[in-house]
Ligand binder design. Structure first.
Ligand SMILES: Cc1cc2nc3c(=O)[nH]c(=O)nc-3n(C[C@H](O)[C@H](O)[C@H](O)COP(=O)(O)O)c2cc1C
Length: 192
């Protein structure tokens, strides 16, 4: 089962991207196949003109369509998600998240706009009929310290929250796998 990490920060030195990468590394340690997409790396003209035939955009749409789960990450901009992330989400079909698990993740300058994930991003994700949207993860820039070697040091509270979110996503994917294989195993046992 595959997971797409979708990053929506325009910043080349993005703390959201670093947190997303950290989450991706943890999921990979659970044996999950992880693909990272950074919206800022897409062709801007193709993105803003919704050119779904442009090869880079087409590849991203295919990766999202094939994924079993998405981690959708955004910086908080003006008390909501980034416009860059919305530009990508707007390219998805109306039921573009059908059957998928979604883990929303955001970073913000302070705790003030922590709820923006729930009042702004979550309804947009829900409109595309995902299997379920897991509880959001929110970190302030101050909880994400960049080390001299470029790695990320998480404040204990956010480290615990990330670990919990990753465990939950991995657990739910595993449960889906079990449900998918159980009927086949039962049928094989009956046929034997
Ligand atoms: C244009 C802009 C708007 C922002 N608006 C908010 C905001 O409304 N609330 C908030 O908590 N932080 C706000 N911030 C701070 C960013 O959310 C925060 O620094 C975030 O960690 C940046 O993530 P990034 O490094 O991945 O781009 C804003 C930053 C920018 C550049």
């Amino acid at each position: 089962m595959s997971i797409v990490l979708l990053g929506g920060s325009p910043s080349p030195h993005s703390s959201t991207s670093r947190l997303l990468q950290h989450v991706g590394e943890k999921l990979a340690r659970h044996g999950r196949r992880v693909t990272r997409i950074e919206a800022r790396e897409l062709d801007p003209h193709a993105l803003l003109s919704a050119d779904c035939g442009e090869p880079g955009i087409a590849r991203v749409l295919a990766q999202i369509a094939a994924a079993d789960a998405l981690v959708v990450a955004t910086p908080v901009y003006k008390a909501a998600y980034s416009g860059l992330l919305k530009a990508v989400l707007d390219l998805l079909p109306q039921d573009g998240l059908a059957g998928k698990l979604v883990l929303p993740l955001a970073t913000g300058g302070s705790q003030s706009h922590m709820l923006s994930l729930d009042y702004a991003l979550r309804p947009v994700l829900a409109s595309m009929t995902p299997r379920s949207i897991l509880p959001s993860i929110y970190a302030t820039s101050g909880q994400l310290e960049r080390q001299a070697d470029g790695s990320l040091a998480l404040a204990p509270a956010i480290a615990a929250r990330v670990a919990q979110g990753v465990e939950q996503l991995a657990f739910e994917l595993h449960a889906i796998e079990l449900r998918a294989t159980a009927p086949r195993a039962e049928a094989a046992a009956l046929a034997a």
